[in-house]
Design a protein around this ligand. Structure first.
Ligand SMILES: [Zn+2]
Ligand SMILES: [Zn+2]
Length: 241
């Protein structure tokens, strides 16, 4: 699978970094984990058909993870009418908000979209990608996701309260090919004690505040001793898993 970091910034965009979104390409299928930036621009820029999108998995409803949902759902309800992704939202009320927006901006002949409420456990399995949600304590309803495809396993932490509090325990019980961690709410160096308990092949720090970049360098140094690559995400970074 190929994971493209479409936005690596924290709660607010930086001049050179958009808000959080990851695009997963598995064969012909495309999926998104979070949509904090406009995914249609990203797809069109790459010459990719929008009907390749089969699933959207939102970790929580904060705008830096969801602000791309309006342009995405808007365009696939009236212009690009063939995509039929399952859109997984921690708060199902948001589906009504999106539908209400469409009702205001369009004339009622738009297609209905498929939504699912995120609850702990397996939320998606189309035989190509399986996504398991694990509750976190960042806000009222927030989740980490374990994505499994092509025999590989990737953990997206989503936003956390603190690694010592809600780093997803099930992720420590299995081998992880890649761990994608947020770095907005604490120094990334504070992951190091939990990383000691994880079996992982690669780490990617994203969603980081610039003031925490020294903490990312600390993680890179500590991981280098274990021969585990630790990437600092930038927009458009592509990671092959
Ligand atoms: Zn965030
Ligand atoms: Zn948040």
């Amino acid at each position: 699978m190929k994971i493209t970091v479409l936005g690596s910034s924290h709660g607010v965009p930086e001049p050179n970094r958009k808000c959080t979104s990851f695009m997963l390409e598995i064969g012909e299928n495309v999926y998104f984990v979070d949509m904090g930036t406009n995914p249609v621009d990203a797809l069109r820029k790459r010459g990719m058909e929008i009907d390749r999108v089969k699933g959207v998995f939102v970790t929580h409803m904060h705008g830096d993870h969801t602000n791309g949902l309006v342009p995405f759902t808007d365009l696939i309800t009236w212009y690009f009418k063939t995509p039929d992704p399952l859109i997984c939202l921690p708060m199902p009320e948001a589906a009504k908000v999106l539908q209400d927006w469409m009702d205001v901006t369009l004339n009622g002949n738009q297609q209905k979209l498929r939504y699912r409420e995120v609850t702990p456990g397996v939320i998606f399995d189309d035989g190509i990608l399986k996504v398991t949600a694990i509750a976190t304590q960042h806000c009222k309803k927030s989740f980490s996701y374990i994505a499994e495809a092509e025999g590989k396993t990737v953990l997206f932490t989503g936003d956390l309260k603190h690694p010592a509090v809600d780093f997803p325990a099930p992720a420590m019980e299995r081998e992880l090919d890649l761990v994608i961690c947020e770095g907005a709410h604490f120094s990334p160096a504070e992951y190091l004690p939990v990383f000691e308990k994880c079996r992982m092949k690669k780490v990617c720090m994203t969603h980081y505040q610039n003031k925490f970049i020294p903490g990312i360098l600390e993680v890179q140094n500590a991981m280098a001793e274990k021969h585990i690559p630790a990437l600092m995400a930038t927009d458009d970074l592509e990671i092959l898993v």
